[in-house]
Design a protein around this ligand. Sequence first.
Ligand SMILES: [Zn+2]
Ligand SMILES: [Zn+2]
Length: 504
Amino acid sequence: MDMDKVEGSVLNDQMCLAYKQCIHDLAQTPARNTCSRKGCGRLLSIQQATVRSALRLKWVCEAGHVCHIWSSQPVLKYGLSAGDLRLSAAILFSGNNFQKFEMLARYLNMPCMGSASFHHLQRHYLVPAVEQTWEAEEERVVKARKSQQIVMLGDGRMDSPGHSAQYCSYFAMDNASKEIISVVTVDKRETGKSSTRMEKEGFLRTLENLDRKGVLVAEVVTDAHPSIAAYMRKDKPDIKHSFDIWHVGKNLAKKILKACLKKQCSPLKAWLKHIVNHFYHVSSTASTVDEFTGLWFALLHHVTNEHSWVLDCGGGICECSHGPLTDERELEWLEKGSAAHDALREIICDRRFLNNIPYYLNARSTAELETLNSLVLMYAAKRFSYTPPVYRARNLLAALDHNYHLQREQKLNKDGSARVCQSFNKKSARWTVRPVKEQKTYPHMATLIRNVFQLRLSADKPLSSVLCLAESDPRRISRNIAPVEPPSKKELIEQFKSRFSKND
Ligand SMILES: [Zn+2]
Ligand SMILES: [Zn+2]
């Protein structure tokens, strides 16, 4: 093939989306040369028409009689091509964005539906199909936990940092199975355009949702969010509340780092990891506040190379729980009463920390929920803006992806050993290994797509019909999330002009 031919039939021709069966049918269609209309018999020509991503061929005679029509995609009710619907579903369900897909199609020279059609399909069929699929999944998880008391891990996730956040998605996980059991999305407009109130709102709605579904929550685990802690103490005294110990550990490390900056306190730095690990150890071994404090205060003696001591109140002898120290220690002992030791005492005896001990006792962690973060980002990328129903649908897709892949096995090497891969953690500047899991199979994909087509088949209106905002849609509260209503376009143009004419 030379370049001329490439220019003509390779570079400039359009591509289209075709079903294999449609091509097969076309191949089996007997050749037609003349019009089949009674008494006509004129010569036929084949006309091409692109209908969104589909190609339609029409056999037309010189008198305009249409003898046969072929489409590269099956045509559903009201003229919608099956491929267009499936393509739209694939764009949303795979976490892509229409704008990016449209660009891809442009480079392919493949016609596809426009933005308005995509968004119509999304609202009428795709978002409802995700909701349906999630509802069934939620029902399954709830049913499996019915009449059992659960430990609920909860965490709110903002779509962007600080005050610029518009949405908070609150995920609740069953601690035993690590399945997502509830997803709530809160829009800033539902909390008086305050992004700081969204997390608590999400938490409250999560508890309501679980209560309505008949899930018995015995314990909730969250980060140390003050307004959630206050609510639990006051309004839900029967439910145990625990804090995520990794958050507490991180704060402890921050406090120690800050203390190290004080005069003559640098020897403390070498102990940082040890102190934080001691906290995790104590949280997971102590079952009462007294046990916790006993083990926790032991650290103050241990760091000075004192491993058994007499209690201040004269209550006998205490000792470290680590047994005889055998290894050559790299850590330098702190001097009793030194600045570093005093700084540590301040941290160990911090009243707020000690008051919170009941929250640490079960050594609960919401770390599993944090792995969901990257999944949510895959389905709802930060650079794009979404309407409330679409944002919720994208979060539900992440939850479905999570639940359906919980049972994935670790990959095996040829010798049968479990496969791991090395990765460099930028934050901790350390190399670690993590297990390599089997490839994802997306078993829920078929259900999602089936639900889309079922919704379309039961539709009683053509595509262009208007869809009202749902009763609970936050856009009913306010059209935008800005704290003040926008000035008129005319005013903005005037402002713009005057700003630039000053320097002329
Ligand atoms: Zn004819
Ligand atoms: Zn010791």
